[in-house]
Design a protein around this ligand. Structure first.
Ligand SMILES: [Zn+2]
Length: 184
């Protein structure tokens, strides 16, 4: 089995004009600069590439990021569509426990951007699909002031404490490789 760092590199290596890792950095830069439509398109493209390479964890994260970018661009329905695709990927990958955390975060983000109806639709669909598996959506953990390292110790993917998949107050799941990252 390949190491996680190598797997991530493979996942991010695209067939387009620029290496996918470079595109990911570009998409993150566009987000930081408020170019949300362009960022969303780039996250979406990277996500499709990740799916084609069978790299489901990065694909899930990229779909969630595309959704956030759309929400910030004022495109609530597109944001919902990306979040639904992330939900599909999570459930198809047999990782429903991840959805119990990721979907409430995505819904909270939609709500924060004013997309109340889309947030409710996402929560309803996720709750119904998770109920079939005996699971329910979790309340968002109280993150407090703890910080994650800026990059994942396992795969070197960028992490953000204010945008992390928190498991509890001192640990979060790396969105890129799925390992548990402790606060510093
Ligand atoms: Zn990682």
């Amino acid at each position: 089995m390949l190491g996680r760092r190598r797997m991530l590199r493979q996942a991010l290596r695209g067939a387009g004009n620029a290496p996918a890792q470079q595109k990911l950095h570009e998409a993150q830069r566009l987000m930081a600069e408020g170019q949300f439509v362009e960022a969303a398109a780039m996250f979406d493209e990277l996500g499709q590439q990740a799916v084609q390479h069978g790299m489901i964890r990065p694909a899930i994260n990229l779909a969630l990021q595309a959704g956030r970018a759309c929400a910030q661009a004022g495109r609530g329905d597109d944001a919902l569509a990306h979040a639904r695709r992330a939900l599909d990927l999570i459930l198809n990958a047999g990782q429903p426990a991840r959805a119990t955390r990721a979907i409430p975060r995505a819904a909270a983000f939609l709500r924060a951007q004013g997309f109340t109806a889309q947030a409710a639709a996402l929560e309803k669909e996720a709750a119904q699909r998770l109920a079939l598996l005996g699971l329910s959506l979790q309340a968002l953990p109280n993150v407090g002031t703890r910080s994650l390292p800026s990059t994942c110790p396992q795969c070197a993917g960028p992490l953000r404490s204010d945008d992390a998949d928190w498991i509890d107050a001192v640990s979060a799941e790396c969105p890129w490789c799925g390992s548990t990252v402790k606060t510093v």
